[in-house]
Design a protein around this ligand. Sequence first.
Ligand code: 3PG
Length: 213
Amino acid sequence: MNISKVLESVPVVPLVQADDPAVAIDVSRALAAGGLTVAEVVFRTDRALDCLRAVADDVPEMIAGAGTVLSAEQAQQAIDHGAKFVVSPGLDDGVVRTCQDAGVPVYPGTYTPSDIQHAFNLGLDVVKFFPASIAGGIPALKAVAGVFRTMRFMPTGGVSAANLAEFLAVPSVLACGGSWLTPADAVAAGDFQKITALAEEAIAIARSARGEK
Ligand code: 3PG
């Protein structure tokens, strides 16, 4: 599956963070019901692999990737548990090579021009830009886009409904990621309607930022 192509039309990647696979499933269904059909199940809980497997198996409407993948070993585990793509906070050759060898898209985090150049030389044409708001935000993205003409970016970190349109208006931005779509309090309260509403809001912002109806 060409995830980058899917992200062209669904340019927002929410985070699914759960300790319980049943909750990961509910959150993923709520996101997909709101139109967000690509999500990162983040490796920040002890049961993240079970959550990933559960979403991959039981939520066919969701394209589930693994997020916060820190090592080549974790990347392999993610792939073995059904990850359709892998996201990292930073750029690690082992993570990238593991994914490339498996034919799984990988979006490693970059922060500096050196990171982006390193990613380019690893054969990547899409990278995460993290944490986007601290790494210089939109002015930084515009500045590097002129140099790395073929690179597309996934800004994450400090993105929200308030600034999503501005990020998506930058031509080199493929998609934005973030945790604002799955607030911890809504997840804890089982308020999945809230998550669907946030997803719908993000899709509406994305459509208007991209000039669609
Ligand atoms: C990530 O893992 O990509 C970030 O934690 C998301 O950052 P945010 O919480 O500011 O959206």
